[in-house]
Every structure is written in structure tokens, then in C-alpha cells.
Design a protein around this ligand. Structure first.
Ligand code: G6P
Length: 371
């Protein structure tokens, strides 16, 4: 009913709007007496100190949350982090031992490939920490430890609030590791946590762009394809933006690392092709920012219709943006939490304009419990 959907036509828009709350609930209680605390600490500080390698295994959007987290976890802990699709991980011969931490990320906690990856990791004596949104699901039951995301039930098949919550939870894992290993001083861990705690407010601010993005979505609904470009943490955001568009609008969409533009994707640019570019902050990563500005000018010169997600006040990008969507300034590693939101809205609106069922896209299931 309309009431269940909070007055919206579909659940997904309600769930997009619930993201500030989902983030706040996921972070709540995880910083007490100056320390990061995970949920069911069946792993001691000593266990966390012994970790010498991290794998993140997951499917779909959860996999993209792992790709984002790799940047933060490696930066904070100096541990190597590999992120792998659960369906690939389990069929090769990954190098694992008891000092390997495998983080299994799953909204449902029931995805067959992720569950099998967990079983495989445990057989190799690796320690498994589940990041899960569903209490008591199979993946947390079979893991050594669990950190719950508290996004609340997600009805829309395409993940939105669970995805943002997964990024936040993965970051908590990174901070817990940094704290145990001493790669960050306690005051730095505290500062990172407080920056995370400020994100619900920043996401609330991005929700203010919904009407602008929906209008854009209506104007793009006839496009045949859409490309997404990003760099650094903006690269997995580009992948997630493209996945959303495939899932919901059944549109050909690809995410690319902007630095690869000249190695192939630029050949796809033709008159009128919409290209969504996720800009890094001009302050945080100035070098990457200027490289992306030149990428945008190159594709615009070749006829692309540029849709630019940029930090508010980023004037340098304005001349190259056919459409500009502004997001609040946040620390670089936290940018995916704001820049993903307009991409979710865009995909949902294009799907709606095309007359598709936003909450139940064809051929897809909320949780894939068979291989
Ligand atoms: C399905 C859903 C996606 C989700 C993926 C992984 O494909 O449609 O939205 O990201 O499964 O699901 P999980 O429950 O393991 O996070």
C-alpha cells in the first residue's frame, strides 16, 4: 500500500530516503570509551592483530561495497586487501590461512555463492567475519564473527540503503583492525569515526537533489546506453551506478575507471551519449581532480552529454558539465556515501519513466539462494 511505501509510488524511493537513518543506526554503539567495538566479538584483539591479509567476498552491490572499502582498509591498516566476487573466489584456489580475515558481505545473509565462499574459507582455517543486514541468517551463523548493518528491511530488489550501510560497516572493520594493529593512534581512530558519524547529515543534504535528478532521469529515459566514469573510490561508485541502471532500467550501462578512458572506453563516445562522471573533491585529491577535468573535456569535445557529480562549489568543472549534480564536501574516503545517492535516484527514475516496476525488476531476485 501507499502507506507502507511512506507515501511513495515504490519502496526504492522510500529506502533511498531512509539512508541517513540506516547509516546512523549502523554506526550506533560502535564507539564507546574511545574505542571501536564490533558486535559479536568472537574475535579477540589478538586475533585482529594476527591478521596479515584481508579478503572481502560478496556479490552484486555488496561486492561494490567491498571495492570501496579496500581503499580505506589498506590506507588505515597497511594490510593487503583483495576484493573478490564470491562466485569466483570459491572456484579458484585462494591463498588463505588462519591469519587471513575473510569479510563476507551480504544484505540477506543467504546468497548461495557468498555462503559457499564462507564455507571454503573456513575449511582453509581462515577467520570469517560476516557483514550482514539480516539477523540470524545463514552466513552470520556460519561465520566466526558478525557485524550487523542496521539498515532495516530492504524491499526493493536493487540494494540502496543496505549498500550504504555495508560501506559504513566495512569501514568499522577497517578501523577495528587499525586500532588493534596500532597503525592508527586512538585519537585518529576517534576522528575517523566522528567523520563517519557526520555522514547521515551529509546524505540528508544529498536527498535535496532528488527532484533535480528525477527530472534528469526523465530526460534521459530514451537513451540507448549510459557510461559511468570514476577514479579512486569514485570507480566502484561508477560500477554501482551502472549496475543500478542495468537492474532497473534494463539499459546498457558500464562503469569504467576514468584513467582507462584512452585504453578503450573513449572509442564508445558518440554524439549525445550520456556519460556520468563522479568527480573527486578538488581539495582532497587535487591531482585526480585535474585529470578528471581533462577527461570530461575530452569526452565532451567528442560529443558526449556530460552529467557530472561534483562537490558543491567546484567551479572548475562547471564549463564541462552539461548537467551538474552537487554533493556536499566530505572526506575523500567517505565520498561514495554521498555520490552513490544521485545514481540510485537516476536509475529508479529512468526505470519509472520507461514504465518498469522499480521494486521488482524482471528476472532478478532479492536474494539469490541458488547458484
Ligand atoms: C541480488 C540483489 C542485489 C544484491 C545481491 C547480493 O542480486 O538483487 O541487490 O546486491 O543479490 O545480495 P546479498 O544479500 O548477498 O547482499
Amino acid at each position: 500500500s501507499a502507506a507502507e511505501k511512506g507515501g511513495h509510488e515504490y519502496f526504492m524511493l522510500k529506502e533511498i530516503e531512509e539512508q541517513p537513518e540506516a547509516l546512523a543506526n549502523t554506526l550506533r554503539g560502535h564507539f564507546t570509551e574511545g574505542r571501536i567495538v564490533l558486535d559479536e566479538q568472537r574475535m579477540s584483539d589478538q586475533d585482529l592483530r594476527d591478521v596479515d591479509k584481508v579478503f572481502v567476498v560478496a556479490c552484486g552491490s555488496a561486492y561494490h561495497s567491498g571495492l570501496v572499502a579496500k581503499y580505506a582498509i589498506e590506507h588505515w591498516t597497511r594490510l593487503p586487501v583483495e576484493v573478490e566476487l564470491a562466485s569466483e573466489f570459491r572456484y579458484r584456489d585462494p591463498v588463505l590461512d588462519r591469519d587471513t580475515l575473510v569479510v563476507a558481505v551480504s544484505q540477506s545473509g543467504e546468497t548461495a555463492d557468498t555462503l559457499e565462499a564462507v564455507r571454503h574459507a573456513r575449511e582453509q582455517k581462515a577467520r570469517v567475519l560476516a557483514v550482514c543486514n539480516t539477523n540470524g541468517a545463514q552466513i552470520p551463523r556460519e561465520s566466526d564473527a558478525v557485524l550487523y548493518t542496521h539498515a532495516g528491511p530492504e524491499i526493493g530488489v536493487a540494494s540502496t540503503k543496505a549498500f550504504l550501510a555495508q560501506i559504513a560497516a566495512n569501514y568499522l572493520v577497517g578501523l577495528a583492525l587499525a586500532q588493534a594493529r596500532g597503525t592508527k593512534y586512538p585519537d585518529e581512530v576517534a576522528r575517523e569515526f566522528h567523520e563517519l558519524e557526520a555522514m547521515p547529515q551529509a546524505v540528508q543534504q544529498v536527498l535535496g537533489t532528488i527532484d533535480q535528478v528525477r527530472d534528469l532521469g526523465r530526460r534521459l529515459s530514451d537513451s540507448r546506453a549510459v557510461l559511468f566514469l570514476g577514479r579512486h573510490v569514485g570507480f566502484p561508485v561508477a560500477l554501482e551506478g551502472a549496475l543500478k541502471l542495468k537492474e532497473l532500467a534494463y539499459m546498457h550501462a558500464e562503469g569504467f575507471a576514468a584513467g582507462e578512458l584512452k585504453h578503450g572506453p573513449i572509442a564508445l563516445i558518440e554524439e549525445g551519449l550520456p556519460v556520468v562522471v563522479i568527480m573527486p573533491s578538488p581539495k582532497g585529491r587535487a591531482v585526480l581532480h585535474s585529470k578528471l577535468v581533462s577527461n570530461i573535456s575530452e569526452i565532451q569535445a567528442r560529443g558526449a552529454r556530460t552529467i557530472v557529480i561534483a562537490e558543491e562549489g567546484d567551479e572548475t568543472v562547471r564549463p564541462f558539465a552539461d548537467e551538474l549534480i552537487e554533493v556536499p564536501a566530505v572526506p575523500t574516503l567517505l565520498q561514495p556515501l554521498v555520490s552513490t545517492v544521485p545514481l540510485q535516484v537516476l536509475a529508479a527514475e529512468i526505470a519509472r519513466s520507461r514504465g518498469y516496476d522499480v521494486d521488482k525488476p524482471r528476472n532478478l531476485a532479492k536474494s539469490v539462494t541458488v547458484e
